[in-house]
Design a protein around this ligand. Structure first.
Ligand code: NAD
Ligand code: MG
Length: 408
């Protein structure tokens, strides 16, 4: 039986998982169910995958189970009838799940749809494992203001930010010179722009190192994922864009580094398996055993690095630009990207059109002040509307007849 290190006494933790049926949600459950004496479950949520959600609920016995899609409520209620669990559906219920008392909440909904539930968790002062980077990108200032008010602890789950968190000297911020975010480069790292023009959704979601949800896989292929992570790092660590560097490292063994004024560079390493940063957040401030392959540097023998190519991966420049502009620019960037990625996965636009749509959105969607959630929601909705209109102007993705099925 896996357990917390014997020298550390960690109390049993009551946890909530938002987005339990996704890639991060399933990896979280994989860790938790190996150590039943250390965890109990307050709530689980998913959007539409009733059968997987019900199977997870039977295993973890949460007090509340929520399905985002209200049309699936009846089905979920039937499948879990007699279980004694409370069943609910819809947006408000997702927020209610986040508000339920628990020691730890894994924020693993994909996209800006996760913002309000994550904010609800922050507002109640919870310890939050943040996988959902889009919420910090689209509402970073608002999230930070709420964090300060509530005293909530935000623990990064994104592997790069978990790495930085582990080697960042929070007591000597002045000694930090820069952050180096590593990037695998994705499946098209060596493709020319001409080759990228014809790639299919199937090729884009087949990441060389990580097994992830469809949206983040496409983001990794365009390198928008790294762009979103630059903005995420700015909010998490308070380091401005000029001091955040991106380094392509195809083996994904060094998960990111912090460079100090004396020339030291501290890195965190491990095999590319999200269960390490997930376990780090679940056990924090302790450490727990994680069921991952151990890093064997002798067998890897070679780690390589290269500078990112901003010409072939224009999304990276767009994200740095949005961070520099500030205000509503990152919200527009994120919303337009979500719309364009969905259109690409549905076979409606080509791979390179994703960047075209995001660039156009940054240029044409009116920028506005952003101090409240209502402002964020308004800008997000406008950018989505405008970007959706543009997807019709582009030709269908070459070779993609019907897109890629995405479930959740
Ligand atoms: P996924 O698509 O596999 O899962 C998403 C989850 O969110 C599912 O449970 C789905 O039911 C739920 N969901 C989707 N739309 C929803 C909506 N409108 N309302 C409520 N719930 C909804 O995604 P994933 O790969 O697990 O990624 C989740 C988040 O974690 C993303 O923000 C991603 O960027 C981040 N992240 C993922 C990885 C990874 O390895 N998968 C790594 C780092 C960060
Ligand atoms: Mg990452």
């Amino acid at each position: 039986m896996m357990a917390f290190s014997p020298e550390i006494s960690a109390p049993p933790r009551r946890i909530t998982i938002l987005g339990s049926t996704g890639s991060i949600g399933c990896s979280t459950i994989d860790i938790v169910e190996r150590q039943p004496e250390s965890f109990s479950c307050a709530a689980l949520t998913a959007f539409s995958n009733v059968s997987l959600l019900a199977e997870q609920a039977r295993k973890l016995q949460p007090e509340l189970v929520v399905i985002g899609d209200e049309n699936r409520f009846k089905e979920l209620k039937e499948v879990l009838s007699g279980s004694g669990m409370e069943i609910a559906a819809g947006r408000e219920a997702l927020i209610e799940a986040a508000k339920r008392p628990s020691d730890f909440i894994m924020a693993a909904i994909v996209g800006a749809a996760g913002l309000e539930p994550t904010l609800a968790a922050v507002r109640r002062g919870a310890t939050v494992g943040l996988a959902n980077k889009e919420c910090l990108v689209c509402a970073g200032d608002l999230m930070k203001a709420e964090l300060e008010k509530s005293g909530s602890t935000l623990l990064p789950v994104d592997s790069e930010h978990s790495a930085i968190y582990q080697v960042f000297d929070f007591d000597r911020r002045d000694a930090v010179e820069s952050i180096i975010l590593t990037a695998s480069g994705g499946p098209f790292r060596t493709h020319s722009l001409e080759q990228m023009a014809g790639v299919t959704p199937e090729q884009a979601v087949a990441h060389p190192n990580w097994d992830m949800g469809a949206k983040i896989s496409v983001d990794s292929a365009t390198m928008m994922n790294k762009g979103l992570e630059v903005i995420e790092a700015y909010h998490l660590f308070g380091i401005e864009g000029e001091r955040i560097r991106v380094l392509v490292h195809p083996q994904s063994v060094i998960h990111s580094c912090v460079a100090y004024v004396d020339g030291s560079v501290l890195a965190q390493m491990g095999v590319p398996d999200m269960r390490t940063p997930i376990a780090y957040s679940l056990a924090w401030p302790h450490r727990m055993t994680a069921p991952v392959e151990r890093l064997d540097l002798a067998s890897i023998s070679e780690l390589t690095f290269e500078a990112p190519d901003f010409k072939r991966f224009p999304m990276l420049s767009l994200a740095f630009q949005a961070l520099k502009s500030g205000g509503s620019a990152p919200t527009i960037l994120n919303a337009a990207n979500e719309v364009a990625v969905t259109a690409f996965l549905d076979g409606k636009i080509g791979f390179l059109d994703i960047a075209r749509i995001v660039e156009k959105a940054l240029e044409q969607v009116p920028h506005k002040p952003m101090t409240t959630l209502a402002h964020v929601n308004e800008i997000d909705a406008t950018a989505r509307d405008v970007a959706s209109g543009w997807t019709a102007d582009f030709a269908p993705a070459a070779g993609a007849d019907s897109g890629v099925a995405v479930s959740g």
